[in-house]
Design a protein. Structure first.
Length: 163
């Protein structure tokens, strides 16, 4: 019973890929406050937004995303409530020098946890709304290939602490 339910949800998740053009329309209708278990088996923990030291600079978002679903999940974007634009970045070592590089998508194998943490993968959050204040909370929404979304509350932290 449980297995067939999971299979059914995979079929549903894969449908937007097939339909293509319908995907955007479907995404628009989706409520912003998706349940934390919107996609079976995927979960987010320890989400936080670290504010920039200088207003106008990007903030950084960190979290851990775990895939206990039936197959691979591919993270393709992370939106932050109060940020106009976001980018996923990785930090790569180039001959002893750390450099940021764009991360277009991140495959997460079944049973694995991907960590976005200081010094490694992170989400840059640009053009932050002034209402985002340390000690407060905002929401992040992860988008996966196929259109599944997963939202989580993120604590807002003062700059300088973790970096
Ligand atoms: Cu970056």
């Amino acid at each position: 019973m449980k297995k067939s339910a999971i299979l059914a949800s995979i079929v549903l998740a894969a449908t937007p890929l097939v339909l293509g053009g319908c995907q955007q329309e479907a995404a628009k209708k989706e409520p912003v406050e998706a349940a934390p278990d919107a996609k079976p088996g995927l979960s987010v923990a320890n989400a936080r937004l670290v504010l920039p030291a200088v207003r106008g600079n990007p903030g950084a978002v960190y979290f851990e995303v775990t895939n206990n679903g039936a197959g691979e999940a591919v993270l393709v974007g992370v939106a932050v409530t109060g940020a106009q634009e976001t980018m996923m970045h990785d930090v790569v070592d180039k001959g002893g020098v750390s450099e940021m590089s764009m991360l277009d998508k991140l495959p997460i194998a079944r049973g694995e946890t991907a960590s976005f943490a200081p010094g490694g993968k992170h989400v840059m959050a640009m053009t932050l709304d002034p209402s985002l204040a340390a000690g407060g909370k905002t929401e992040i929404t992860l988008t996966f290939a196929g259109g599944d979304k997963l939202s989580a509350e993120a604590a807002i932290e003062a700059p300088g602490g973790a970096n």
